[in-house]
Design a binder for this molecule. Structure first.
Ligand code: LLP
Length: 426
């Protein structure tokens, strides 16, 4: 459930009509709902209630500081995958002891920054990284708390590009080698083993792959403890999927996910961490865009929007479906017509949907892409020199721009001419 609903025929974000935001901010823009973010975060809190746990928001999914502050205020930890994301979490006021650092290619600089400013744990992905972290920590006179991310060789049964737990994927230490790498970790200076980490993929719509992976982690916990390691924390990653199509998708609920975690890992006396991104942010955001043209083609019509693949890349990159709905609610009796929904960018990949049924729309009308809160704004680019679009956060009947649209000068001034070109003229 989210808080983007029609009221009096107008799509609202909580108590604010999207037409009102569009009139003041211009289109396209992203709009997020505080109530929905809060609700989704609390679903995980409730699902893990009674277990010692921390819900670390995967900030790669939606990293605006206003969103991080909102979730941080509710007690969320943060999962970061770069020095930049670490700084975002820090700037939003989240203390280091609630920040976990994931990712397959951490640099020495990133490790040193996190060690200096405080870190809950590094999720280390290889023996090679472990050795570098040991060097960096020792040089700083610090101890790095770590888990090893284990690759359990489980197929998450999700999109090829976002499955991460199969042995051919670049992530984690192969589970068969885990004991050997833990033994090395125990010997290395500046390293303190605190637990195990696993993340098998994103947009999982079935609990079975999670359960298969977590069962392997339960066995590994017992083995590592028998080897003498302290395993007091299990980081189970993120990945729980969301419905992208309202009508026919019913992915498992956080409550069922929590019950499964309790069943498989509940008797291990460990602290549980999870790193959800999409389930918290995905349906807490929409992308609002205006119709520029309705173009008649040969045998099909094209609805050309002012949003493009650079603003929301998921359809072009993963063939992803996003529901696209008119901001002014269609009358029940209105005939729907199939159109190809496209953006202005100069490639055919800039197609959001083919032959999607929509009520008749005219230039200037607004549409909203649903489920655009996660992996939307964060994956945007300035391709075709299209400025990054604003982000707006709604809270009840209030709204605020939380990232402004840059001016063309902002963009142009980032380029510099080398000395040998300065005085030349084309
Ligand atoms: N933890 C780790 C280590 C991850 O790599 C990810 C996502 C998450 C947590 C959060 O997963 P979530 O709960 O959001 O599924 N751009 C793609 C998704 C990439 C996911 C990358 N890793 C998309 O638009 O579908």
């Amino acid at each position: 459930m989210d808080h983007f609903l029609y009221r009096d025929g107008l799509l609202h974000a909580e108590d604010v009509a999207l037409t009102e935001i569009a009139a003041s901010v211009g289109t396209p823009f992203y709009c997020y709902s505080t109530a929905t973010l809060t609700r989704h975060f609390r679903l995980f809190q409730d699902a893990l209630a009674g277990l010692d746990h921390l819900v670390c928001f995967a900030i790669k999914s939606l990293s605006n500081q206003a969103v991080l502050r909102t979730l941080g205020n509710l007690g969320a930890g943060m999962d970061v995958v770069s020095g930049g994301e670490y700084r975002r979490a820090q700037a939003a006021g989240v203390p280091g002891e609630r920040i976990v650092f994931s990712g397959v290619g951490k640099t020495r600089e990133e490790m040193a920054y996190a060690l200096t400013h405080g870190i809950r744990q590094f999720n280390v992905e290889s023996a090679e990284e472990l050795r570098v972290l040991s060097e960096v920590a020792t040089a700083l006179g610090k101890t790095a708390p770590i888990t090893l991310r284990v690759n359990p060789d489980v197929d998450a049964k999700t999109h090829e590009k976002i499955a991460t737990g199969r042995k051919e994927d670049k992530f984690g230490v192969p589970i068969a080698r885990a004991r050997e790498v833990y033994a090395e970790a125990a010997r290395l200076p500046g390293i303190e083993v605190v637990g195990i980490d696993v993340h098998i993929g994103s947009q999982l719509t079935d609990l079975a792959p999670f359960e298969a992976a977590f069962s392997k982690i339960a066995d590994l916990t017992r083995e590592l403890r028998a080897d003498g390691h302290t395993i007091r924390r299990l980081d189970l990653g993120g990945g729980l999927g969301i419905p992208y199509t309202r009508s026919n998708e019913t992915p498992p609920l956080p409550l069922d996910y929590g019950a499964m975690i309790r069943r498989v890992l509940g008797d291990l006396d460990v602290e549980i961490e999870i790193e959800p991104g999409r389930l918290i942010a995905g349906n807490a955001g929409v992308l609002v865009s205006s119709v520029l043209y309705l173009k008649q083609g040969e045998g099909r019509d094209f609805l050309i929007l002012d949003a493009a693949m650079n603003d929301l890349i998921r359809p072009a990159m993963y063939g992803a479906h996003h529901d696209i709905i008119p901001v002014i609610e269609a009358q029940a009796a209105t005939d729907q017509r199939p159109v190809d929904i496209v953006g202005p960018v100069c490639e055919t990949g800039d197609t959001f949907a083919r032959q999607r049924s929509l009520p008749p729309l005219a230039p200037g009308d607004l549409v909203a892409f649903r489920s655009a809160g996660a992996y939307g704004a964060v994956m945007a680019s300035e391709y075709n020199t299209r400025p990054l679009i604003p982000e707006v956060l709604v809270h009840g009947d209030q709204y605020a721009v939380i990232r402004a649209r840059p001016s063309f000068d902002d963009i142009l001034n980032r380029d510099t001419l080398p000395a040998w070109l300065e005085s030349s003229t084309p």
